[in-house]
Design a binder for this molecule. Structure first.
Ligand SMILES: Nc1ncnc2c1ncn2[C@@H]1O[C@H](COP(=O)(O)OP(=O)(O)O)[C@@H](O)[C@H]1O
Ligand SMILES: [Mg+2]
Length: 90
């Protein structure tokens, strides 16, 4: 069966500026989801699950947050993968 890539997260890093300095909440995270797949993300509290999800949806509050690197390729209804983060855009 041919796999169809729906979501590809590549080298995602998200930082927050705090009173105690810069915190890397997500560091160099990569994963992908193909059509029909379900991905469960498991980790202890504070490990970055919510920040990962928010970054994919471009909902990181900025400031204090910032997506410093990474790409999020999403294949929508038109079938063309698009980079939701768009850090590569001019
Ligand atoms: N607005 C914010 N300001 C500073 N740090 C934050 C903020 N939001 C999340 N963090 C930090 O990012 C890290 C990951 O948090 P989070 O993604 O909520 O973890 P999880 O969902 O896995 O429990 C934690 O260290 C958390 O304190
Ligand atoms: Mg959470």
């Amino acid at each position: 069966m041919k796999q169809e890539r729906i979501l590809e997260v590549s080298q995602l890093t998200v930082e927050f500026t705090t009173d105690n300095g810069v915190v890397q909440a997500v560091r160099d995270l990569s994963f992908h989801i193909d059509k029909g797949e379900t991905l469960a993300v498991v980790g202890e509290s504070g490990s970055g699950k919510s920040v990962t999800s928010l970054a994919i949806m471009r909902l990181i509050p900025s400031p204090p947050g910032r997506i410093v690197s990474g790409q999020v390729w999403f294949r929508g209804k038109d079938g063309q993968p698009k980079d939701l983060i768009g850090l590569t855009e001019a």
